[in-house]
Design a protein around this ligand. Structure first.
Ligand SMILES: [Zn+2]
Length: 72
């Protein structure tokens, strides 16, 4: 089984279908690497960076809706 290190936080990530954000360990790390927090997402309604990161990352099951752009 292949294991890689998350480019953002260097946490070990198993290279498998379950690791949907590989080579990143999480959606958060993927977005951080892409620079989205610094450019756009971090400005929504003055929400703090921390709050923005926690809403869908840690406790909820994987949901395909999370991968789609916001359409509202
Ligand atoms: Zn990571």
């Amino acid at each position: 089984m292949t294991v890689v290190n998350c480019p953002t936080c260097e946490k070990k990530v198993t290279w498998s279908p379950e690791s949907q954000f590989r080579p990143f360990c999480s959606k958060r790390c993927k977005l951080i690497d892409l620079g989205e927090w610094a450019s756009e997402s971090n400005t929504i309604e003055g929400a703090s960076l921390t709050d923005s990161l926690t809403f869908d990352e840690f406790d909820l099951p994987i949901n395909d809706d999370l991968f789609r752009p916001d359409e509202d």
